[in-house]
Design a protein. Structure first.
Lengths: 332, 354
């Protein structure tokens, strides 16, 4: 199968999954005890008013009409109206997206910058103190709930030592970009420092699990590669050890590692939800939790769709990249 | 079902690996703690003592300055028509009565950790079992029948995988509400635990029921069955080509019988390894749901971490201790998982082998 045919097939599968996601999210409302009108109305409301509200929300329409109403707007970015504020859901989700994305990116940067050198070090010094240190670190890292890590970081570094703020996001990368565009370079730099200062603890909180996971993967991948015949051949040929390790072995190790980083993006968003709750970070996670507490189902549904569709798209992208960099892959 | 060779591999790996021994010890201790909670817990997890709140754990003491009403000769001092206050330094010392300290309501943290283990382990075991049941049924059928059945089942698995598990779990529990089933604690109901406690002089009045967090168990299973389905399907795909499966079919065995008697036993090893790791993942998921206040549990490690946050500047141990309990348990389970994987699947080498 050629690359383009593979991509077409993968995209069609992706479209099917997106349809499934939307349908599952639509169905979510029906497992909720009580109907949405109760969110808007006091319990002792006049039955006529109640009937009117139900009609306005379209809840007395046949199911297929409600489903069509729900599905048909989504391709055009219409995720319906919030039950509570009666404003478009899509606008609220989009407004929260930058905070979550920059948290996820910062965590990935933390993870990659620490984990890949650590994994390589661990593999090349097998059964030496550095290897044991890295192994223990990755074991503890994948076993620590990130919300507790966040609470501990706040406890020690923010409350006791006062090195970092406990929470809040006074400025985001979007705000900094606007300052830059407005030609205020000085303010942009100050803004960036503030941003960095505020995102450090949340990024470590979210990134630790990934750091541990990628360290493990890099270590085992690197060990695997160093045992391959081509490595022995290169050594026998007299290539310098640094070249063998860092050019050949590391390069082949990184392909699966990068795939895993891409595929773990969903877990990263899941982790972001709870990290946001710990640090009062105003992103998608906070929006999801607030919408559940307010029983604002359309906002919850819209957020879920955005998260899941984003994840499906990233997966397709990762698959395409993987197929592109690794021609050996069988496209199926 | 477990062959002699498998058992030999397990024993050999266990002898070789210090970490595997450590993992087993931790897991056994945690399970014992959960099962025998009504015998060993120093107090009831819900017993409050507001006069003794925020007592530090052994080895620590706290110093706090408080504004108190100034008293002279047993009466309030009033100057210019106002009650006079003075600052007083209050020291709180640790006592052996509460080795891990007390929380904001004066409840014993050790007792809460012991009882919290019940919630974690109940959800971990039942959640994993349910997830394995659903996942293995789906995966075996998909791999065994292939074709249309496989397509439908695996595409629905893809749909589930598109949601980050924590986000889906929060949404499901949030929408569904929290159903919990109190089950009578067998040790308290039979009078064994109270008799033991009064015999050794421990305070009685332990909770009479164990709360089974029903919704949380169903939700974690719904979120995590996919992993079992994938593994079971992969195994079934290769096992269905084996001679003995073909022979069973030729002898007229029904599909169900073939799957359960011939395919499943040969697929059980990777499913067991996965299950161990899934117990750890599900315990983490439960603690996250409880931390966010969505699980409805009021004795849970995650919930206690959240409770401790309001005391983060005065009583660090309230959030710290239950978190340590989670980390230790999950490390133990991961070590057991590594042991099983290293012993049963010699193809994978390297990780965890200290």
């Amino acid at each position: 199968m050629s690359l383009s045919r593979f991509l077409i097939k993968r995209s069609l599968q992706g479209l099917f999954v997106i349809w499934g996601v939307i349908t599952v999210v639509f169905g979510l409302r029906f497992i909720s005890p009580g109907d949405p009108a109760n969110v808007l109305l006091p319990p002792d409301v006049d039955p006529e008013v109640r009937a009117q509200v139900i009609a306005e929300l379209g809840l007395n329409e046949p199911l297929y009409v409600q489903y069509w109403e729900f599905v048909s707007g989504i391709p055009f970015g219409d995720l319906g109206l919030s039950l509570v504020t009666r404003t478009p859901v899509a606008a609220r989700v989009v407004a929260k997206l930058p905070a979550t994305l920059e948290l996820a990116i910062a965590a990935t940067v933390v993870a990659v910058v620490i984990a890949i050198p650590l994994g390589v070090l661990s593999a090349t010094r097998r059964h030496q103190p550095a290897d044991y240190g890295a192994t223990v670190f990755s074991l503890v890292g994948i076993s620590t709930p990130n919300f507790w890590l966040g609470v501990m970081l706040i406890l020690v570094l923010a409350v006791q030592l006062n090195l970092f703020p406990t929470s809040q996001r006074p400025i985001g990368l979007d705000g900094i970009a606007m300052l830059l565009a407005g030609g205020e370079a000085g303010a942009a730099i100050r803004g960036f420092v503030t941003w960095l200062w505020h995102i450090t603890l949340p990024a470590i909180t979210l990134g630790t699990y990934f750091t541990a996971l990628i360290t493990r993967l890099t270590r085992s991948g690197m060990l695997d590669q160093l045992g391959q015949t081509y490595v022995r051949a290169s050594r026998a040929k007299g290539l310098p050890e640094t070249l063998v390790r860092y050019k050949h072995a590391l390069r082949n190790t990184l392909i699966p590692v990068i795939t895993v980083i891409g595929l773990q993006l969903g877990t990263l968003i899941g982790g972001a939800v709870i990290t946001e709750a710990v640090f009062a970070w105003p992103g998608l996670g906070t929006l999801i939790i607030n919408s559940i507490n307010a029983r604002d189902w359309p906002v919850l549904q819209g957020s879920l769709i955005v998260v899941a569709v984003g994840f499906v798209l990233v997966n397709i992208l990762v698959d395409a990249l993987y197929a592109y960099v690794n021609p050996q892959v069988a496209y199926d | 079902m477990i062959s002699e060779r498998t058992r030999r591999n397990l024993r050999r790996e266990l002898r070789r690996s210090l970490l595997a021994k450590l993992g087993i010890i931790v897991v056994v201790l945690m399970v014992a703690m959960a099962v025998f909670a009504p015998f060993i817990s120093p107090y009831s997890p819900s017993q409050q003592n507001l006069d003794n709140s925020r007592q530090p754990p052994l080895g620590f003491s706290t110093k706090e300055t408080k504004e108190v009403t100034k008293m002279e000769d047993g009466s309030v001092v009033i100057e210019d028509g106002q009650v006079v206050t003075e600052t007083q330094t209050v020291y709180t010392n640790a006592t052996a009565a509460h080795p891990l300290g007390t929380d904001g309501n004066g409840r014993d943290i050790l007792s809460r950790i012991i009882y919290g283990a019940r919630t974690s382990i109940l959800v971990g075991l039942f959640g994993t079992s349910l997830a394995a049941l659903i996942g293995v049924l789906v995966g075996l059928s998909a791999g065994f029948y292939r074709g249309r059945v496989d397509d439908v089942l695996m595409r629905s698995a893809d749909i589930m995988l598109a949601f980050p598990s924590l986000v889906l779990a929060i949404a499901l529990v949030g929408v569904w509400g929290q159903a919990q089933a109190p089950i009578p604690d067998p040790f308290v109901a039979t009078g064994l635990a109270p008799a033991f406690r009064s015999a050794v002089g421990l305070p009685t009045g332990m909770p009479e029921t164990v709360v089974l967090p029903g919704t949380v168990i169903v939700v974690v299973a719904l979120v995590n069955w996919v992993w079992f389905a994938r593994v079971a399907r992969g195994e079934a795909l290769s096992i269905r080509e084996e001679e003995y499966v073909k022979a069973a079919k030729a002898l007229g065995a029904s599909d169900g019988r073939t799957m359960l008697r011939h395919v499943l036993p040969n697929a059980i090893t990777p499913i067991l390894v996965l299950a161990t790791i899934q117990v750890a993942a599900i315990i983490l998921l439960e603690s996250a749901l409880s931390f966010l206040g969505f699980s409805g549990a009021d004795v849970s490690w995650g919930f206690d971490i959240a409770l401790g946050r309001q005391y983060q500047s005065t009583a660090w141990w309230i959030s710290t201790m239950p978190g340590l309990a989670i980390v230790v348990t999950v490390i133990g389970l991961n070590l057991v998982g590594d042991w099983l994987r290293d012993a049963l699947d010699p193809g994978i080498e390297g990780e965890g082998g200290v």
